[in-house]
Design a protein around this ligand. Structure first.
Ligand code: UDP
Length: 337
């Protein structure tokens, strides 16, 4: 009775795999390796390379491995790309999810966890956002995720499949044991960009907007450690298996940091100064968005282990150093003798 993890070779998915393997669960990964890495998948875990929208393949996996639970991470996640290529996003995130949900329902999957996003709230009226806030995405990415939430809701009530929708705020950090982390080249997320700059991989960091109505003029976000996010999924799975009714939860820590605070934390952790320039606002950025996690705390018996910006940043830095070291080794091997 294995758990199927789609996108298990990606950043968050690979942490999820480790969390479940560490808990003694049997896991199978389905990933098309478009942005993920085979080496990110724990060795003992079967990795099937393919599309979540390939129903023949998914039906076979569900049958062969006796899948009773699905955790669905596989998705395209770059907001500006979704604006440039909405139909590609609706295909990969919405149509493929529809196909996957159908296979899950037909294959007798009991529990389904979906990786959603705070982007479903768009530009919320309040800084602290709870799950009842209006969902009004401002990008095709956000809509593509919201549509999947709606499909799950309706399929769940029609066919009795229990589901958990987890809306992530800003995910960062890496496995404290250094087994996996954020490996995507050209990543745009603040903490990843900042650690790359601290390690000299980028010449400078640009702060997108310094005239927001916040204490230091830069945007405020709720950064959650990827390990805590993975453990929240584990707990969600436990609840669903125990027969809990389907639920939708914000995943964050309930407090935020400004862009400048994050930059200072990275400089402190790395022990270096680096070039920071101010740049115009990035279109679509909300000034401040922080998760109201009352429901998360009530629903899950979840105690975060890494709710500390310095810890998040130090794990991200350690992972980035490891990536750099691997690149040096790979380059050495690639050199002709
Ligand atoms: N940001 C920035 N410079 C960067 C990357 C991000 O100033 O190089 C800012 C961005 O404008 C936002 C915050 O950092 O206010 C978090 O952005 P990120 O892309 O990490 O996550 P998002 O909140 O957009 O999902």
């Amino acid at each position: 009775m294995a758990v199927l993890i789609t996108g298990g070779a990606g950043y968050i998915g690979s942490h999820m795999v480790l969390e479940l393997v560490d808990a003694g669960e049997q896991v199978v990964v389905l990933d098309n390796l478009s942005t993920g890495f085979a080496r990110a998948v724990a060795e003992e875990v079967p990795l099937i390379v393919g599309e979540t929208g390939d129903q023949a393949l998914v039906n076979r996996i569900i049958r062969e491995y006796g899948i009773k639970a699905v955790i669905h991470f596989a998705a395209s996640i770059v907001v500006p790309d979704s604006v440039a290529n909405p139909l590609g996003y609706y295909r990969n995130n919405t149509s493929n999810s529809r196909a996957l949900i159908e296979c899950a329902v037909n294959g007798g999957v009991r529990d389904f966890i979906f990786s959603s996003t705070a982007a479903v709230y768009g530009n919320p009226g309040e800084v602290l956002v709870n799950e009842e806030a209006p969902t009004l995405p401002i990008s095709p990415y956000g809509w593509s995720k919201l549509m999947t939430e709606i499909m799950l809701r309706d399929a769940g009530s029609a066919h009795g499949m229990r589901y958990a929708v987890l809306r992530y705020f800003n995910v960062a950090g890496a496995d404290p044991a250094g087994r996996t982390g954020q490996s995507t080249a050209g990543a745009t997320h603040l903490i990843k960009v900042a650690v790359e700059t601290a390690l000299g991989l980028r010449p400078k960091l640009e702060v997108f907007g310094t005239d927001y109505p916040t204490a230091d003029g830069t945007c405020i976000r709720d950064y959650i450690h990827v390990g805590d996010l993975a453990s929240a999924h584990c707990e969600a799975l436990r609840q669903l298996r125990a027969g809990a009714r389907s639920f939708t939860l914000n995943c964050g820590y309930g407090h935020g940091f400004s862009v400048r605070q994050v930059i200072e934390a990275v400089k402190r952790a790395a022990g270096v100064d680096f070039k920071v320039e101010t740049a115009p606002r990035r279109p679509g950025d909300a000034a401040a968005i922080v998760a109201d996690i009352s429901r998360l705390r009530e629903t899950l018996h979840w105690v975060p282990r890494y709710d500390d910006l310095a810890t998040i940043v130090s794990h991200a830095l350690a992972w980035e150093r490891q990536l750099m070291a691997r690149r040096v080794v790979a380059a050495r091997h690639a050199k002709p003798a």
